[in-house]
Design a protein around this ligand. Sequence first.
Ligand code: G3P
Length: 489
Amino acid sequence: MSAILAIDAGTTGVTALIVTEKGEVAARGYEEFDQHFPSPGRVEHVPEGIWQATLEACRTVLAAHGRDDLVGIGITNQRETVVLWDRETLGSPRRAIVWQDRRTTAMCSSMADHDARVRELTGLRLDPYFSATKLAWIRENEPHTWTHVESGRYAIGTVDSYLIARMTRGLHHVSDVSNASRTLLFDITTNDWSDELCDLFGVPRDALPEIGPNWGEGVVTDPRSFLDLSLPIAGVAGDQQAALFGQAAFEVGDSKCTYGTGSFVLTNTGSSPQRSESGLLTSPGWMSPSGEVTYVLEGSIFVTGAAVQWLRDGLQIIGSAAETEALARTVSSSDGVVFVPALTGLGAPHWDPDARGTIIGITRGTTRAHIVRATLEAITFEVRDVMSTMPTPVASLNVDGGAAANNLLCQLQADQLEVDVSRPRYVETTGLGAAFLAGLGVGVWSSFDEIRETWALDRTFSPDASRRGAADEAYASWTRAVERSRQWA
Ligand code: G3P
């Protein structure tokens, strides 16, 4: 039996999985890294911290499982976050600017004239979420650092690209379409960097990685840098596209929602990009070694799991995310409390970087159980907001990510959407998707059908018709609360 080492470098921590050729998760490691919030709206990570967490998570799974049957590595990662590193030393001159960072809100507004053209080329929109304005901010504010970008000493990349550089001792500076397409520097019709966009944001094209397919022979790790392993990195994708792949969502119309730091709803739209007029993004899902591209429509919701994290670390009204289900079940509703978790602005479909978190409807009778229940409900409302803008209504939704383990959340989600919500055997679908990509690359699986056969269902949650009226009423309150949260900052 052969196995794949899958690395999921997420926003708050790195997960490593060993996935066998039967599609089973044989071992798991996880390591968190520090989050830095230098001022309101700014979010940064220390690249070295991401790298050390990656090594530690991998050490854990190698110690538990061994290494003899490993034939390849898959990488998936938080997208849009930008990392700079020295091509020689691999050290980073500054912290990574994270996808959640809102520091370029004013810059985006000042560039509004370019929005239509940016949308046309990238399938995205001018929003601080994406990488290019973060790079432009470094160029404008840290000219000394930028000099070295222009001289070729510093490389620019997303987290996949940075990890590959570290794992190959700096030999390779590469990325893939799913990550590159989230930078605002990438043309989704040519599937290459766009000179026009590089000029617009002042980013030298030579500083960007070379783009390859999502699976294939891959580059090989250097054992001196990466845990004595010399293995091909045969699959790479941004985490949301990887999760769609991990759900074996290979047919047009197949959809998934991953509940992570944020939540991301993706629908497979097939071989040509479909545009949305209502706030969804168009991105490549994956590209085969022969260059065939599968596109997705995406609804990006910025804060869902992060809201639960805030209940734990900020408000300190829960001890762990796992407590939320039992606590929320102690009340039958949120009793009119609505929480709009716009803690880093609102993403799809509202796109308002100036929205801020709002809790409304509090009375003397409100308890932490109501606030926790309102948080779970908010996640389901946010997903409904996005799903209702999909051009073709979806017949069912596959869910994954840590919070998919929460039965109450899945039931509330089915009630809101009025469709079946299905949870697979493994909710760590992002890592599984990276393993599937790498396994295709090295021949563990030879077709999408073989991968699909390994996918197994855990449970389906069907909408409860008796709760229809209450679900719609709650959603109507949510819509009103969202209006109040907008343009606050
Ligand atoms: O676009 C941001 C996304 O890639 C982050 O995902 O799972 O770290 O919340 P996650």
